[in-house]
Design a protein around this ligand. Structure first.
Ligand code: GDP
Ligand code: GDP
Length: 451
């Protein structure tokens, strides 16, 4: 899949039980069949990159978010709808064709009409073709495009998504090249509402020369904050939301995930901010998972440490919870900070710089192959059936194909015979040898006929 620097975000919105997550899983499933996935990331998915009509988009299940937010169900659904219109590029509005049009649907529709984004009404649960005419009554919602769908059986689902994507501006118009220079590191500050992101931004920019510049963004204007320091320049991307207080409270967690997605597209390093006084929540795990999939190197900033009684035990407990909650990224560096007192803010920069260095690692092919032969010799891969005989999978050679994240193609005699455990073994050895800590890495296995 070619990386699109500004993949549009499609939000799935609707009241509970209409089939949003069924639809989301259907879209995500097709993608999983095409692209290899890493274990540990499939749980609790809220956003998935999906390829549709030759374009890469993000599909986000807003209902997967906001569960634990305060307030009743009604307001949670409204918050999701608001987040969708404020932050998404397009909306799939799901309704239930069996129950018919309900007042709650109309309520959501009112919110969705506030800012016109491309929108398709998906009338779900119309499993048999003869039920399609039940979609008609939903025209009363006032949207032009209304499609009968069965998320469960698949009928109409991809057509609806394709139609929606065709309404988006062409990607060439929206693609914004990410400029990277050696001494400039692009950082995304992500986290749930109220963990202290804007306070941290102020602290980080602090005494340093800080220039706020408005850049023409993709679909929204991205405001970046530039922080010049002796050792180099940091650009904190997409700080618009952080600099517009008030707005954040209204949109909640679904929006923070979309903002994070957008910022990460343009960043090399993500700082996942958590509230140390609350500990690590499911939402924090969601966001850290998104960061990982986006290929960003990342650190966790445990903010509000001033509210925690500092002790070696408290630190160990935090480290522990990060490792437990981020099993897929247990090497993530952790810094305890306080935006309020300024404690240990200075530690953040060296961590960011180190992560950027790691994300940009380029391993010369000769060195990579020396490592590969050693790793394979130290621990032989499983046997693969070749004709009548079994032989170990032979690794032929490897090469690094990209950075951010470091991505490697390893050619071998039988990629399908390589077990997950062996892949993990290779990944761990690669990390060890080349110090690839705090960044996702990707290993692609390719077949190559021998002899
Ligand atoms: P969400 O709360 O909007 O995410 O809804 P879910 O995806 O969890 O689905 C709610 C219920 O509707 C589940 O029991 C699904 O099996 C069912 N459902 C979802 N899509 C369809 C469909 O296309 N046809 C039928 N018959 N049932 C569906
Ligand atoms: P954001 O929504 O993530 O941008 O969070 P804000 O920066 O607006 O902070 C949310 C609340 O947490 C505000 O009331 C801040 O004053 C408070 N806050 C932020 N950082 C700290 C911190 O390090 N310690 C304490 N005690 N409060 C903090």
């Amino acid at each position: 899949m070619t990386p699109d620097p500004s993949a549009p975000i499609v939000a799935i919105v609707g009241r509970p039980n209409v089939g949003k997550s069924t639809l989301f899983n259907r879209f995500a499933g097709r993608r999983r069949a095409l692209v290899e996935d890493r274990p540990g990331l499939t749980r609790d998915r809220i956003a998935e990159p999906v390829e549709v009509a030759g374009r890469r988009i993000w599909v986000i299940d807003t209902a997967g978010l906001d569960d634990d937010a305060s307030g009743d169900l009604q307001s949670a659904v409204q918050r999701q709808a608001r987040a969708a219109v404020e932050e998404a590029d397009a909306v799939l509005f799901v309704v239930d064709g069996r129950s018919g049009l309900l007042p709650d649907d109309e309520e959501i529709a009112r919110t969705l009409r506030r800012r016109p984004v491309p929108l398709v009404v998906v009338v779900n649960k119309l499993d048999a073709p003869r039920q399609a005419d039940r979609a008609a009554e939903f025209h009363r919602l006032g949207f032009e495009r209304v499609r009968p769908v069965s998320a469960e059986h698949g009928a109409g689902a991809w057509d609806a998504l394709e139609e929606l994507v065709s309404l988006l501006p062409a990607s060439s118009e929206s693609a914004e090249p990410v400029r990277t220079s050696e001494d400039e590191v692009r950082v995304a500050l992500v986290g749930r509402p109220n963990v202290g992101k804007s306070s941290l931004l102020n602290r980080l920019a602090g005494a340093e020369l800080s220039v706020v510049s408005a850049e023409a963004g993709t679909t929204r204007d991205a405001v970046d904050t530039r922080i010049e320091r002796e050792e180099g320049t940091y650009v904190v991307v997409d700080t618009a939301g952080l600099r517009r207080p008030g707005r954040r409270d209204r949109v909640g967690e679904a929006a923070s995930a979309m903002v994070a997605l957008r910022a990460m597209e343009r960043a090399e390093v993500a700082l996942v901010v958590v509230d140390a006084s609350e500990g690590f929540t499911d939402q924090d795990t969601h966001l850290a998972g998104l960061v990982r999939r986006q290929g960003c190197a990342a650190a966790v900033l445990a903010n509000k440490w001033d509210l925690v009684k500092d002790s070696p035990e408290a630190r160990a407990a935090l480290r522990d919870s990060v490792e437990r909650r981020l099993r897929f990224a247990s090497d993530t560096p952790l810094v305890t900070v306080s935006a309020k007192t300024g404690a240990r803010i200075g530690r953040v920069w060296p961590v960011v710089r180190q992560l950027a260095k790691v994300a940009r690692t380029r391993i010369p092919t000769a060195e990579l192959n020396r490592w590969l032969q050693e790793a394979v010799t130290a621990h032989e891969p499983a046997m693969a059936q070749r004709g009548p005989r079994k032989r170990p999978v032979r690794f032929l050679y490897g090469t690094q194909v990209s950075t951010r994240p470091p991505t490697f193609t390893l050619f071998c005699s039988d990629p399908k015979a390589v077990k997950d455990t062996y892949r993990r073994y290779l990944e761990n050895r690669l990390r060890e040898r080349f110090g690839l800590v705090g960044t996702p890495i990707r290993i692609l296995l390719r077949g190559r006929r021998e002899g």
